[in-house]
Design a protein around this ligand. Structure first.
Ligand SMILES: CC(C)(COP(=O)(O)OP(=O)(O)OC[C@H]1O[C@@H](n2cnc3c(N)ncnc32)[C@H](O)[C@@H]1OP(=O)(O)O)[C@@H](O)C(=O)NCCC(=O)NCCS
Length: 173
């Protein structure tokens, strides 16, 4: 898999973010990014950690989770987890995407999304679907998806909790 370099916009000397496949030794860094996210908690970090372990512990399968890490100036600042949805015809899901608060708004999320889509497309992906929440704290995520061309095709009222709808985003790859 190629490494993808993306210039971060708006900095005096354009910094570059590098998106590359995650390695097993980045397990703790991914956990820490979630715990520092100001949006996810322990239960989320544990869930992601279990998915991460499953990826490396089970024999390689077609529908394994895929992981990408985003680096800037020698520091890991974000990650994404995605993969094909079992029992569908080439539908892929983006399961998690997160960038540390101090690195947000500079293109890291966009760089991760671009690489997720590119890798899924190269692997034969036909559609990509993303589940997210309707609440205000997920507004940056919804804007990221919309700016990447995803469309909110369905809303499931009160799915996560009363007043917290499921928004399903969709895009043809
Ligand atoms: C969602 C998230 C990954 C975006 O990462 P980011 O590095 O800040 O995103 P970018 O800087 O690449 O911005 C991408 C696009 O979204 C828009 N955007 C992102 N955050 C925004 C904000 N707070 N306000 C307005 N627009 C925003 C940008 O304008 C940009 O649009 P453009 O490409 O048209 O310019 C980041 O906010 C995050 O980690 N949030 C917490 C975790 C989360 O909600 N994850 C998703 C649910 S699993």
């Amino acid at each position: 898999m190629m490494r993808a370099l993306h210039a971060i916009a708006g900095t005096p000397a354009p910094a570059q973010v590098e998106v590359r496949p995650s390695t097993f030794d980045e397990r703790q860094a991914i956990y820490n990014i979630l715990m520092r996210s100001e949006i996810f908690g322990c239960a989320d970090a544990e869930c992601v950690d279990a998915m991460f372990l499953e990826t490396w512990q089970s024999p390689p399968r077609e529908d394994n989770y895929r992981w990408l890490s985003c680096w800037c100036d020698g520091r890991m600042i974000g990650f994404a987890c995605y993969g094909p949805e079992s029992l569908t015809d080439r539908t892929w899901d983006l399961f998690w995407i997160c960038v540390v608060p101090e690195a947000r708004g500079k293109g890291a999320g966009r760089a991760l999304m671009a690489e997720v889509e590119s890798q899924a497309h190269q692997a034969g992906g036909r559609l990509m679907v993303i589940y997210t929440s309707s609440t205000p704290k997920y507004a940056p995520a919804r804007r990221l998806y919309e700016s990447a061309g995803f469309i909110c095709v369905a809303v499931v009222p009160d799915y996560y909790a009363e007043g917290d709808d499921l928004n399903i985003y969709w895009k043809r790859l």
